[in-house]
Design a protein around this ligand. Structure first.
Ligand code: TRP
Length: 468
């Protein structure tokens, strides 16, 4: 069921929207922390390898499947698997994607809510002054005052869902494309200014040598690099299939893939330069030992450090605003995957799909919001040892460590082995020109390299490794 008035992005609109989908909390919240954890440059290099060898081929495959079929994931698989024995089973991969979108958005929106709260909090500090007692109380305020307050957690999660729904309901062009076209350039500009400011910070030199320092590589860094590439590039659940279905036939898929992977990586690196320049500007003794957790770095270490720097009063609220924008353009894509399913497959109107799906995801996020200390049972439950304690961690574990890698593996196998070569080649060459050799390389990487790498990751997950 392909609706006649299915939207299409403009060329720039697609790149910005897909980059907006990819660039998110993964780049600013997870990437610098992982880099820190794995000792700097080594992780950066491993990550770059994962993006080029695994991420980019899957991204091209997803966009291709979406544009070819003009459908969201379930319909795309049903269409393309016609004629294959047992072909209908492939649509389960689409289903897995819709379910993953539903789950990821439910807890992602909770964290996104924190960023909104911190814009407000930093504004009040910048205006009212930031006293040393406040610096000392930052962590208690965050963990006990904020995370443990159910009302706060649910309110900000709800607020973020409303903003996301308000965009998606307006449709592909008037909503998604327009919001991305406004927010993404602002995000680039703010971040560029922050990088320039960071160049003058005393910690800049140390930050750069940390980010480019190469040490020995261990398996856990490689596993984290691959997991991070999936999450950061929004792969494995059909988000790029859905956005690809709005890509015009005149545009080149290889070019769009390179742009989106490049922008996503660039932003992750820029965010890391800024964060590490701030962190390394402060003497070791004053940094505290709070680098133990990614949320702690972003919401307690950074504000404390910001207010000790010249210009920090301006930079800190602007920085959190940037994170809000990054998160919003990602939550929009997550909601769109699920909404597009209901529009394409069940013929619902966009308005009906957005309100019902949005309300459902909000409701599913409530247990996550309450599992950060507000509710004892939800916060301490540990049905899977490796997932850690709490409902929030459980959802993040299931989605990031299982659903995305498994989805990505099946997408790679399907596109590499089951799609006809002439079809994939035609689609990659549309709007581009002849690509005989690159097409072969792409196809064989999906057939062999990508599945082998993902199977290794999944084996590691079974062995107890987590990516969260
Ligand atoms: N990539 C986004 C980030 O880095 C999160 C995200 C948006 C995502 N859409 C997705 C992750 C689809 C997996 C699948 O924050």
């Amino acid at each position: 069921m392909v609706s006649a008035n299915r939207g299409t992005f403009s060329r720039l609109g697609f790149v910005l929207a897909a980059a907006g989908c990819a660039i998110g909390l993964g780049n600013i919240w997870k990437f610098p922390y992982r880099t820190y954890e794995h000792g700097g440059g080594t992780f950066v290099l491993v990550y770059l390898g994962a993006v080029i060898l695994i991420g980019a081929p899957i991204m091209a495959a997803e966009i291709l499947m979406g544009r070819r079929t003009q459908q969201s994931p379930v319909g795309a698989f049903l269409d393309l698997a016609k004629g294959i024995t047992g072909g209908k089973l492939w649509s389960l991969v689409g289903w897995l994607g819709v379910a993953a979108g539903f789950m990821i958005l439910s807890y992602y929106s909770v964290v996104a809510g924190w960023t909104v709260f911190y814009v407000g909090k930093c504004l009040s500090w910048s205006i009212g002054g930031f006293a040393p007692e406040q610096a000392a109380a930052l962590e208690t305020d965050f963990v006990q005052g904020f995370l443990q307050s159910g009302t706060m957690q649910i309110s900000f999660h709800g607020l973020f869902m409303l903003a996301t729904m308000g965009t998606v309901v307006l449709g592909v062009q008037a909503g998604i494309e327009r919001v991305n076209k406004i927010l993404m350039p602002i995000l680039f500009i703010i971040l560029t200014f922050m990088v320039i400011a960071a160049c003058f910070a005393p910690g800049f030199g140390e930050a750069m040598s940390f980010l480019f320092h190469l040490g020995p590589v261990d398996a856990s860094a490689i596993l984290d690099g691959v997991g991070q590439a999936f999450f950061s590039l929004s792969l494995g659940m059909g988000a790029m299939i859905t956005y690809g279905s709005y890509l015009s036939r005149e545009d080149s898929i290889p070019r769009a893939t390179v742009m989106v992977c490049g922008l996503d990586t660039l932003i992750a690196l820029m965010a890391s330069v800024v964060m590490f320049s701030i962190i390394f500007t402060v003497p070791v003794a004053e940094r505290g030992d709070t680098f133990s957790d990614s949320a702690i770095i972003l919401f307690t270490t950074l504000p404390r450090l910001f207010y000790g720097l010249p210009g920090g009063a301006i930079m800190s609220p602007v920085f959190y605003l940037l994170v809000v924008f990054a998160a919003l353009t990602s939550t929009i894509s997550l909601l769109e995957v699920v909404v597009a399913y209901f529009i394409d497959r069940l013929g619902w109107s966009r308005r009906k799909a957005t309100s019902i799906v949005g309300a459902g995801i909000f409701a599913l996020g409530v247990p996550s919001a309450l599992s950060l200390g507000a509710n004892e049972t939800l916060s301490t439950m540990k049905p899977i040892e490796a997932a850690g304690a709490g409902f929030f961690s459980l959802f993040d574990y299931l989605a990031t460590n299982w659903m995305l890698p498994v989805g990505g593996l099946l997408i790679a196998i399907f596109a590499g082995w089951f799609l006809k070569s002439h079809l994939t080649r035609d689609e990659l060459e549309q709007g581009h020109g002849p690509l005989a050799t690159p097409h072969r390389i792409w196809q064989w990487s999906l057939r062999v390299v990508v599945p082998a790498a993902i199977i290794w990751v999944i084996a590691a997950v079974i062995g107890g490794k987590t990516f969260t």
